[in-house]
Design a protein around this ligand. Structure first.
Ligand SMILES: C[S@@+](CC[C@H](N)C(=O)[O-])C[C@H]1O[C@@H](n2cnc3c(N)ncnc32)[C@H](O)[C@@H]1O
Ligand code: SF4
Length: 336
């Protein structure tokens, strides 16, 4: 078991949360996330399921308590349940407190029950509209009924579902109250995300898509009483309660708020690069130490060295009417 001091960065933040992208591939092509003709990585570049297990287990040994699996679409990776089962053993020992997932929901009908059975209790499902035709337009390849069936399967299995909605100007503004009341009816938490400048999508203009959550919140306030909650998760979300429904609503506003001071997380790509900050280019390659030797001590030393480089914060900024601090990599690469 772990005898090493936990992961503390130069700004005295303890790193207890690891987000892992297990694939860059996806069965959807959401317009704000991917180009339609994406080129994906060759298989040899990806960490194998065994390598993912070894790396995540090292982080857990160093004090990571919460693991979120993302992508790309994590549930389209072949054999991924083997990896989830391997992480389930850390839940059993108590070394890991939470294993969770961010998914587009397309494969949940198949996987919800096995995920619950290995110890998963909560998942996030991304869904930007409740209208069939708009869903097909925004995801290009997705079909809404399949996702709604997946969400039902998740709830039936006992998983708590949070719906993540990217706020898109001119796209889902008119569905704000429909989405809110649908979540209330099904007892699902709801979080809105501001669109972020990730990756070059060729034809998309971020400033056209940007719907500030300050505006979204003001619209909610025309019908509901919003009470800010003190609760922070160490991430970019802030929460408010709608007094009339008791619902908790999250707001992820990387562009209008600074959330870096309490950041407790790092992100691992499917190729083994560790990004210490979502909004900075600096990263540490953990695949080389992973592949070069079977010595876990060397791997853990590389993790410690990376955390020692975690920067203070990010530089995203739309305020000058141009996209500043834009990142060249795609969200599906870093893992959203
Ligand atoms: C990259 S996806 C990966 C997991 C899974 N495929 C899904 O869609 O939930 C994770 C989250 O990132 C969000 N996302 C993707 N591109 C984004 C962008 N440019 N700005 C803000 N959120 C984005 C998605 O809506 C999704 O909620
Ligand atoms: S947001 Fe998720 S579902 Fe949509 S293309 Fe990106 S990875 Fe796929």
């Amino acid at each position: 078991m772990n005898t090493t001091a936990s992961l503390i960065d130069p700004f005295a933040r303890a790193i207890s949360y690891l987000r892992v992208s297990v694939t860059d591939r996806c069965d959807f092509r959401c317009v704000y996330c991917m180009a339609e003709n994406m080129t994906f990585l060759p298989k040899a570049e990806l960490l194998s399921l065994e390598e993912l297990d070894r790396l995540c287990s090292s982080f857990i040994n160093l004090g990571v308590k919460k693991l979120r699996i993302t992508g790309g679409e994590p549930l389209v990776r072949r054999g991924i349940m083997t990896f989830f089962e391997a992480m389930g053993r850390h839940l059993e020992t108590g070394a890991l407190e939470e294993l969770t997932l961010t998914t587009n929901g397309s494969q949940l009908s198949r996987f919800a029950q096995p995920l619950y059975d290995l110890g998963m209790r909560r998942i996030n499902v991304s869904l930007d509209t409740l209208k069939d035709n708009k869903f097909a337009a925004i995801t290009r390849w997705g079909r809404l009924p399949q996702v709604l069936a997946g969400i039902e399967a998740a709830r039936a299995a006992g998983l708590r579902v949070k719906i993540n909605v990217v706020a898109l100007k001119g796209f889902n503004e008119d569905e704000l109250f429909d989405i809110q009341s649908w979540c209330a009816q099904h007892d699902m938490d709801l979080t809105f995300i501001e669109v972020m400048p990730m990756g070059d999508l060729g034809n998309e203009d971020r400033l056209d898509q940007y719907w500030p959550l300050s505006d979204l919140r003001a619209r909610l306030a025309t019908r509901f009483t919003l009470t800010d909650l003190a609760e922070r998760t160490g991430g970019p979300a802030r929460y408010a309660r709608l007094e009339e429904t008791g619902q908790k609503i999250g707001f992820i506003t990387p562009l209008t708020h600074n959330f870096c001071e309490s950041c407790n997380r790092v992100r691992l790509t499917c190729t083994g690069q560790l990004y210490m900050c979502l909004g900075q280019e600096d990263m540490a390659d953990l695949r080389a130490p992973l592949r070069n030797s079977d010595d876990d001590a060397a791997l853990e030393a590389a993790i410690h060295a990376a955390i020692a480089r975690k920067p203070k914060g990010h530089d995203f900024d739309y305020s000058r009417q141009k996209v500043a601090g834009q990142m060249s990599r795609h969200m599906s690469h870093t893992g959203g």
